[in-house]
Design a protein around this ligand. Structure first.
Ligand code: ZN
Length: 332
């Protein structure tokens, strides 16, 4: 997988440009911003990490998570995700044009992984629910496996919910936080790249736990500030962009968050494949960028094999910025 496959530079930069305009609009009303403690561990002690487009990202002293604070209120974010131009661009042009690459490289392997996790941990897995189902690609790939009796999407965005419905799937058109206790009782839940966007990750994760029957499992992915490309590029990282990405939690922070949500962490890994490619592409766009000496030296060699080897090292040692968690709800 290459960065250009799933987010071609021209499309991604157009998306970021729209996001910048949206951010100015949303963050311009500073009176609506609210300060929050670390969304991962709850610590209030922090230092200013990055300021970008007028949004302050704090670095938690307790767990080293990077998080936007003060941040737009939950209501302002809800409105943003319904109406903002960058959100519309993402769900129309961006996702549509990269959908098939994403299906093959991202969603098909995820569906297989979920089936494996269910096979390992559950006696039966009838109902699978995908939180933030978007285009319905995961639902399609999960249904195609034939191992689950029923797949259900949860999607608060009306346009995206309609797309998943048009593909023949049942969709609950709500934010997961608004689903009543007991309304959904799933054997397994998935949630890909949503955690970094939400106002309150703890409440969000507790809501996912509520969807699960006792003993049920969930597979989640998000971005982590512990990862290589974010650590190296820091304020230049395209993963640090308001108002979309509010929570770039560290590995330690994610572990704390899972425990606070009352879930058991079965595994936390960083299977990301793009860190080195992202840094290489950022340098290509801006050759004047200052990199740590070691990283500049490594890239200057232009040795594909050693870079691939380094990416594997990042994966194996939880140093990639793409993190995957498998969690379980207690039996009783
Ligand atoms: Zn923290």
């Amino acid at each position: 997988v290459r960065e250009a496959d799933i987010r071609p530079a021209d499309l991604f930069n157009r998306y970021l440009a729209l996001s910048e305009i949206d951010a100015q609009r949303l963050l311009g009303t500073a009176s609506d911003l609210v300060a929050v403690p670390c969304p991962a561990c709850g610590d209030v002690e922090c230092d200013l990490g990055i300021t970008k487009l007028g949004m302050a990202y704090q670095l938690c002293r307790g767990c080293a998570s990077l998080y936007a604070s003060p941040r737009p209120t939950a209501a302002a974010l809800d409105d943003f995700y319904r109406n903002a131009e960058s959100v519309k661009f993402w769900s129309s042009d961006f996702f549509r044009l990269t959908a098939e690459a994403r299906r093959e490289r991202m969603f098909r392997p995820r569906a297989r992984l979920l089936a494996e996790v269910c096979g390992e941990h559950l006696q039966q897995a009838d109902l699978v629910v995908d939180v933030g189902c978007g285009y319905g690609l995961f639902l399609e790939e999960a249904a195609r496996l034939g191992t689950f009796a029923r797949v259900l999407g949860i999607e608060p965005g009306p346009d995206l919910a309609a797309i998943s419905r048009a593909r023949g799937f049942e969709v609950v058109e709500k934010a997961v936080e608004d689903i009543a206790s007991g309304e959904v009782q799933a054997d397994a839940a998935t949630c890909f790249e949503v955690l970094e966007h939400v106002f309150d990750p703890l409440r969000f994760l507790r809501s996912i736990a509520e969807l699960l029957r006792p003993g049920g499992v969930a597979l989640l992915t998000t971005l982590t500030s512990s990862g290589f490309d974010i650590q190296v590029l820091w304020e230049r990282s395209k993963s640090v962009f308001p108002p979309h990405h509010l929570n770039l939690l560290s590995i330690a922070g994610l572990e704390r968050l899972v425990a606070r949500a009352g879930l058991t962490l079965l595994s936390i890994q960083t299977p990301g494949k793009l860190d080195v490619d992202i840094v290489v592409n950022t340098v290509r766009e801006d050759p004047a960028i200052q990199l740590p000496r070691f990283v500049a030296n490594m890239l200057a060699r232009q040795d594909e094999a050693s870079l691939a080897d380094f990416q594997e090292f990042l994966q194996r040692n939880r140093f990639s910025s793409h993190v995957q968690l498998i969690v379980r709800r207690a039996e009783s």
